[in-house]
Design a protein around this ligand. Structure first.
Ligand SMILES: NC(=O)c1ccc[n+]([C@@H]2O[C@H](COP(=O)([O-])OP(=O)(O)OC[C@H]3O[C@@H](n4cnc5c(N)ncnc54)[C@H](OP(=O)(O)O)[C@@H]3O)[C@@H](O)[C@H]2O)c1
Length: 285
């Protein structure tokens, strides 16, 4: 059973579907200038979890533009199909509350493509509430979306990449390392991601698996739309960043892409802020 297959059974009796794009020829967005750049080392294959999110999409587009293969992974089949047709790349819709379907889907694609090189988990949610107003269910949902999926990414990535090495990127947040009001739930989950990544970097270094964390400040995405669409809260938020402006999805996709590049393969266990200074620089007054 390869990529062309519709349904795939594993010995574990899971049924998953790996969707191929209808129009492979749609995979042609490289401009002449981009084609001629020196930065394309080789064709790599990256699974993007949360590919339908703003930053996930930006990274998927960037990778494909530069000649790489991606597997689009998410929970919303309609959004995945549309992105898959745009990029000419396969997708799989899986429930990430269990890592077994994810593992099976990635194994299928890796087998068909002759290996998988990287996993990037762009899944995340936001909850801005003080701890005393946060319900158990709300906290569980935040942990599930942000930390559980990161753990599943590590667990599956470790199994998939351990023979040939590779790279895993997780997403934290500047809120994990500085005290921001009303960020208790998300700060706790994202701090967990950082601890997870550092430990996994140590465990799997012997397998040449690099694990790094991208840690954004406030970036204009669907996640934060309510903040940046309101001019007063956008201005107040921008002033919390030393550079005085919010980030764009392309800033973050660019850093993740750089971490994936083969020549940057001496970096592991790092938490790299892409945050206009939010994490470590006192803002101007
Ligand atoms: N934007 C920021 O300012 C900011 C700041 C700090 C950290 N981050 C982190 O950066 C990463 C990318 O965020 P983004 O700005 O691109 O956010 P986004 O546009 O809202 O995308 C979030 C993605 O996560 C998926 N998702 C959410 N909850 C899920 C769940 N329970 N199970 C499976 N998938 C789930 C969404 O799926 P659907 O498409 O199906 O909804 C979407 O693909 C996240 O880890 C986020 O925490 C972002």
């Amino acid at each position: 059973m390869g990529l062309q297959g519709v349904d795939a059974f594993s010995p574990g009796l899971l049924l998953i579907t790996i969707h191929q794009p209808r129009d492979q020829y749609l995979n042609q967005p490289c401009s002449t200038q981009e084609k001629n750049t020196e930065e394309i080392h080789s064709k790599s294959s990256t699974a993007i979890l949360g590919a339908t999110g703003t930053i996930g999409r930006a990274l998927a587009r960037r990778l494909v533009r530069h000649g790489h293969e991606v597997l689009l992974v998410g929970r919303n089949e309609e959004k995945l199909r549309s992105l898959s047709e745009e990029l000419g790349q396969p997708f799989v819709a899986v429930d990430l509350t269990s890592s077994a379907p994810l593992e099976q889907a990635l194994r299928e694609v890796a087998a068909a493509r002759g290996g998988m090189h990287a996993l990037v988990n762009c899944i995340g949610s936001i909850l801005l509430k003080p701890a005393d107003a946060t319900t158990d269910d709300e906290f569980r949902q935040v942990v599930e979306a942000n930390l559980f999926t990161a753990f599943a990414t590590i667990r599956v990535g470790a199994k998939l990449l351990r023979d040939r090495g590779g790279t895993i990127i997780l997403f934290a947040s500047a809120a994990a390392e500085i005290g921001l009001k009303n960020h208790e739930a998300i700060a706790a989950a994202k701090a967990g991601v950082i601890g997870l990544a550092r430990s996994a970097a140590a465990t799997y270094a012997a397998n040449n698996i690099r694990v790094n964390v991208v840690s954004p400040g406030l970036v204009r995405s669907e996640l934060t739309r309510r903040i940046w669409e309101n001019s007063a809260s956008a201005a107040a938020s921008a002033q919390m960043h030393a550079l005085g402006r919010l980030g764009e999805p392309e800033h973050v996709a660019s850093l993740a892409y750089w971490l994936l590049e083969a020549e940057n393969d001496w970096i592991t266990g790092q938490v790299i802020g892409i945050d206009g200074g939010l994490g470590h620089v006192v803002p101007r007054r």
